[in-house]
Each structure stands twice: as C-alpha cells, then as structure tokens.
Design a protein around this ligand. Structure first.
Ligand code: NAI
Length: 677
C-alpha cells in the first residue's frame, strides 16, 4: 500500500515494506538545492518519524541529472553577520544530527551531481549507494567558495574515509566519480543505474555491518600523529593559497587538528568556523566569482548550435592545442597545416594531451585519437560547421587563406579566427559573406585557461556570435562576448600592468621584488615571470599594437630584444631558466615595495575602467569575470572593479593622483571611474 504525503520540496512515499522513500524535487528548478526551506521541510518529516518510525528511510532525487547540487549559495550572500551565519549552520546541523540519530537504517541513493550540502546529507545516512553513471559526481567543494563543509561534513567524511582521503577531498574541493568515491570508502556501493533502487532497498532491509576503515588510516587521526600530518597539509596548501588571502583551508586543518578526538565538539566547532568564514571578504568574493562563472556560462546558452565537425587550420602552438582540446571534448576534428612536419608534431603533442587528460583510461585515449585527424590538404573544410583559423599572425596570409577556403565552406559554417591582435574588419573584407567571421580568442595554454573571448566584429552576424558563444560553452570553456577593439578585453587590461612591471625593471627595481609585489596582492604569477612565460616577442607584438592604438609607450627593455633572450622558451628572458623554472634571487629587497604593488595594480584597474567606459563587454560584472578567468586575477578580491568598490574610489583615486604626479600621465584617472556602480 502506498501512502503519499505531498509537501513542497519533498515527497514521502511509503512502500509495502514500510520503507519511507523521501523524494527530493525542488519545485520549478532543474537541480535540487538544499535551501533553508528544503532543510526545514525535511527536518519536519524526520521529526514526524519519531511517533511513526518506518522500517528504513531512503533519500533520493526526482531530478534527472542531480541528487543535490549543494546548499543554496544565494542564501549565503544574504548573511550579514556571524550570528546569522551561525543560526543558519545550526539548522543544517540539527537536521543532519536527527537523520544520523534515527533508530532505523537510512540510505542515500545518488545518481547525478551530489555536492556540498548534498554530500553532507548523504554522509548523515548509514549507507550511501551511487550509480556508476558518468553523470554521477560526488564532492565537498565548499573550499572553492571560501568556506569548508558546515553541515557536519568534516567530521562525518573523516569518520567514513579516514583523515587523509577526507581532508584531501575537502581541501581540494574536487569532484569524484562514483568509482573514485568507492575507492576511498566515501560511498558503500556503486551499481548500474538500473540496479540502484534494488541495491538501496537491500541496504535498507538488511542493514549490513559497515566497512571499517583500515587501521593505518585510523592511525592518522591519532592525537600524536595529527600535528605532523597537519603541518604537512599546511605546507601543501601554502603552495597554492596564502592564509591571509584564503583562510578556509587553514581553518579546516585546525579544526581537524584540535577536535578530531571528539565528534560532538568537532561538529560544534565546525559550525562556528564556517559561520566565521562565511562572512569574510574572501568568501563573499569567491561566491561572487561563482556567480560570475555562471554568468559566463549563460552567455553560451541563448542559441543552440549543433556542431558535427570542427576544422582547425594551423597546427602550431595554439591551433594544435585547440584541435586536441576539441577532440577531448568529444568533437570530430580535422587539423590542417601547410607544413607536414609540423602536423606530425601536432598529433604527437595531442597524444600527450590525451594521456594527460584521460590518464589510464585507454578507451578514452583511443576514442580521442580516433576523433582527431591530420589533414594536410584541408579536406575537412567542406564538412566543418566551424572552422577555427590559427595560422601566422599576418593579415595578408590570413586573407589569402580565407579567400581560398570560403568557396568550399558549408553555406552556414562559421569562420572563427584566433587572432590576438588583427582587427576583424581587416580580415572580413575579403569574404563574400563577411558576417560569418568572428573572433574566437583562446588563451595559452589552451587546456588550462578557462576563458575564450568571442570577438564581435562590426560585420559579424549576431547569430554567428551567439552560435560561437554556444560553441565556447560546449567545449567546456567560459565564453565572453567582446567588442572588436585592440587587445580585446583581457590583453588590453593585462598589458599596462606588464608594461609597468618592465618599466620598473628599466628603473633598476629587481624583477623578484616586482613579481613578489604582484603575488602578495594575490596574482597567481608575477608580471615579469608571466612575460617570460608568454614569450617576450609575443608580449612585444601585443604591446606594439596597444601602444599605437592607446598611447602606451614601450619600455626600453622590450624595444631591444635579443633572439636568444625571449623568455622561458629560449632559456633566458628577464630571468634565467633551469629545468623550466626561473632562477630567482630570494635575498633581494626594495624599500618601497608598497609603491611597486600600487603601480602594478592601479595600471590594471585603471585600464579596466577604460574598458568599462568603452563598453567592450555587456556589463560591469563581465569585466571582472573576463579578468579573473582570463588572467587568474586574485579571485578572492572579486575582480578589478570589485576591488575598486571594496577599497573605495576615493582612496584609490588619491593613490592614482600621487602616482601621476610622480610618474606622469599614464596614471591619469580614466573617466570610466565615474561609471562604477
Ligand atoms: P605558430 O607559429 O605556433 O603556428 C602557426 C601555424 O600555422 C604553423 O604551424 C604554420 O605552419 C601554420 N600555417 C601558417 N600559414 C598557414 C596556411 N596558410 N595554411 C595552413 N597552415 C598555415 O603560431 P601560434 O602561436 O599558434 O599562433 C597562431 C594564431 O593564434 C595567431 O593568430 C596568434 O596571434 C594567435 N594566438 C597566439 C597565442 C600565443 O600565446 N601564441 C595566444 C592567443 C592567440
């Protein structure tokens, strides 16, 4: 006999075995979020079991591709102070504790995405069963939002998997496949989707004894060993995140170090720690970055674009990597180059990329290899839905190529150029259908940089722009539509910052001091090392274009480049390189390093306001999104415009004015500052 009790987010269905199936189905949404309302409702249902205890409880989702996507992050942004945050955490804790204390077996049945609060809910159950489907991903990614698990997930994941594995997934925030989750004991069983229900029922009705974590793993939790492991963990974390910028991982390590012996206390302190973290500037900005990322993804959702075949022309540094990236993403790809030897290298490099991506999954490597074809003669042109051109940066060469391929292109096929500096209008004028040309500007290295700029030329067809945005999203990148203008958005904003750094080297300030000023601010790499990594010849050519268009004089150090000192690729640039790493003198110092930092940062943010004034992208947030995902700009600061807002326009204007007095008009405040909202 079925007994259905409909509520808003949850539906309770009791079957003939008296198992209560708790179906989660967020009304009107494609994914389940564990909002405060959903927590309240579920808590009421669980409370109701006190007088009417079922044989067992199974928690499942009625959504097609997610179990629970996590807590509702929007609710975090509304938290004003620590007390509010603490009340918020306590509600989640009360629910999880109540589930854990139920005197009947409890099972979570996971298919699809299960993150954050969803995983914490699963951890509160006795058993976790997951489908082995590709869609199933399980994780505790809170660290990426500047907090750590706050609904009991810290203590419970450690209890289940042991501290090493559990801390690893919490500190990295990475998502696990069901297989990986099973391997570390995060889930009890992984089954094909058609057997999921039966497996959950079996656990609910037989309540088998839970697998115990091995002795050695438990040993890592011992009070004597913990400080040693914690020290090691801090060291690992420090390589990626400074405590003053990203406090959450350090707070998590401390929580474990201090309270791992006492679960009740650890849960209590977990809520307090997360309440503290949730109201920091870092967490607010990382949540902002999450929404900026969602904003970019949604740019690619407006117009559907079915691509069956991609043709890449130019198998060099960029074209080769773009081709292998598209093959990794599941597309059939041909890659063309005029130089057969180069093409052979391209395919060799692609194999390396496939192995790096798919590791020991031989079938995935083989499939990617099958999808990518070398195509010296360009036979792929006629069947491609999108052609990506990444040949030499030369207007005449590109135009000659376009004229030769256009007659063979499908009538609706898009021609996308990866040019980093040529005006689209200078290229499109040779085409019979100039509207089909759009910019698709990838960043180097293609596999690591999440952003692609979609450049809208004066003549680009709007449908073509929208389809290219969709393509950008479909290949797993974050697409950003940018107006055609010198340097587009990212290089335009980055270049003044790099030029200022090189100017400082001209003045005699050590490169190490300049780079440290930038990394202290939160940049992933200093500007001098970045220039060396990109290649000084490439920097110079982008700088040349911008200096002509925007009156940015070139520093002496860039004007006179030696072919033997072009940066990392030649073994020497501003730094000398050993084993691909710069040799830095750690003992150099400079008295006025604060000014060094101001000079770098203010050139960058001032240029960001100029782009705002010129309307290069659709709104203010997209400038921050572009700079963060295109350059790695300190995410915990929320982007250059957010940095201006949070530091204060007046304070930064004064700094700019004093730099202008000392160093000249390049520090003149742009009129765009008045548009910052
Ligand atoms: P590259 O010199 O490594 O590769 C260019 C390739 O194009 C060479 O293999 C060459 O044989 C081939 N090629 C030249 N003319 C051809 C033609 N008519 N038909 C077929 N193949 C031809 O150059 P890279 O660095 O890959 O740059 C390619 C494009 O990407 C340029 O437009 C550049 O501005 C842009 N870009 C470069 C970035 C970088 O970091 N290198 C970053 C973003 C964009």
């Amino acid at each position: 006999m079925l007994n259905n009790e409909a509520v808003n987010h949850w539906k309770v269905e009791t079957d003939a075995n008296n198992i209560a199936w708790l179906h989660f189905d967020n009304p009107g949404a494609s994914a389940n979020l564990l909002s405060q309302a959903a927590i309240r409702e579920l808590d009421d249902i669980i409370k109701g079991f006190k007088n009417n205890l079922p044989q067992a409880v199974i928690i499942l989702s009625d959504k097609i591709s997610s179990f629970i996507f996590g807590a509702d992050i929007k609710e975090y942004t509304a938290l004003e102070n620590k007390q509010q945050a603490l009340d918020f955490m306590h509600k989640g804790h009360a629910l999880m504790n109540r589930i854990e204390a139920l005197p009947c077996p409890t099972v979570s049945m996971i298919h699809g995405l299960c993150f954050g609060g969803g995983t914490e809910l699963a951890l509160a159950c006795n058993y976790i069963i997951a489908s082995d489907d590709k869609k199933t991903k399980i994780g505790l990614p809170e660290i990426k939002l500047g907090i750590h698990p706050g609904y009991g997930g810290t203590a419970r994941s450690i209890e289940r998997c042991g501290p090493i594995a559990a801390m690893n997934i919490m500190l990295t925030g990475r998502a696990l496949t069901a297989r990986a989750a099973k391997k570390i004991n995060l889930i009890d069983e992984m089954v094909p989707i058609r057997q999921l229900k039966t497996a959950a029922e079996k656990y609910a009705l037989t309540a088998p004894i839970r697998h115990k974590i091995p002795f050695l793993m438990r040993l890592a939790n011992h009070a004597v060993i913990r400080p040693l492991i914690a020290k090691q963990m801090r060291k690992q974390v420090a390589k990626k995140a400074k405590p003053e910028h990203y406090p959450a991982p350090y707070s998590l390590i401390n929580l474990w170090l201090k309270h791992a012996d006492n679960k009740r206390l650890m849960l209590e302190k977990e809520a307090e720690a997360v309440a503290e973290l949730a109201t920091t500037e870092t967490a607010r900005n990382l949540v902002r970055v999450f929404f900026l990322q969602e904003g970019l993804k949604s740019q690619g959702k407006q117009t559907p674009f079915e691509v069956e075949h991609v043709h890449v022309i130019g198998g060099g540094l960029m074209g080769g990597d773009i081709a292998s990236w598209c093959a990794i993403q599941g597309y059939s790809v041909t890659v063309q180059d005029q130089d057969p030897a180069r093409l052979a290298q391209t395919i060799k490099r692609a194999q390396y990329s496939f192995k790096k991506k798919f590791k020991r999954d031989r079938r995935a490597i083989r499939d990617a290899n099958d999808r990518l074809m070398a195509d010296h003669r360009g036979t792929g042109v006629h069947r491609a839905d999108i052609i990506i051109e990444a040949i030499f940066e030369d207007v005449a060469v590109k135009r000659a190529l376009y004229e030769s391929i256009e007659p063979n292109m499908k009538p609706d096929a898009i021609l996308a150029t990866n040019t980093s500096s040529i005006k689209l209008e200078d290229l499109s004028s040779c085409l019979k259908n100039p509207g089909r040309l759009v910019g698709l500007h990838f960043f180097n290295p293609v596999a690591l940089m999440p952003l692609v700029e979609i450049i809208r030329g004066d003549e680009s067809d709007e449908k073509v722009v929208q389809q290219t945005l969709a393509f950008g999203k479909n290949i797993g990148k974050l697409p950003l539509a940018v107006k055609s203008s010198p340097g587009f958005l990212v290089n335009r904003i980055l270049m003044p910052y790099i030029l200022e750094a090189v100017t400082m080297v001209d003045e005699g300030i050590p490169a190490e001091v300049i780079d440290k000023a930038a990394t202290d601010y939160g940049m992933p790499m200093g500007p001098i090392e970045l220039a060396d990594t990109v290649g000084l010849d490439i920097c110079k050519s982008v700088a040349n274009i911008l200096s002509e268009a925007l009156d940015m004089p070139l520093p002496e150090n860039l004007k006179n480049l030696s072919d033997r000192k072009l940066g990392k690729k030649t073994g020497e640039g501003f730094y000398k390189y050993k084993d691909n790493k710069p040799i830095k003198n750690k003992s150099v110092s400079y008295a006025n390093d604060k000014e060094v930092q101001n000079r770098l940062v203010l050139r960058l943010v001032n240029e960001a306001t100029a782009c705002l004034r010129e309307g290069l992208v659709e709104n203010q947030d997209l400038i921050d999104a572009g700079v963060i995902f295109g350059t790695g700009f300190a995410p915990f600061r929320g982007g250059p415009l957010e940095y201006i807002r949070s530091t204060g326009i007046d304070i930064l204007s004064q700094s700019l004015a004093s730099l202008e007095t000392k160093f000249g008009s390049r520090f003149k405040k742009d009129e765009g500052w008045s548009e910052i909202k």
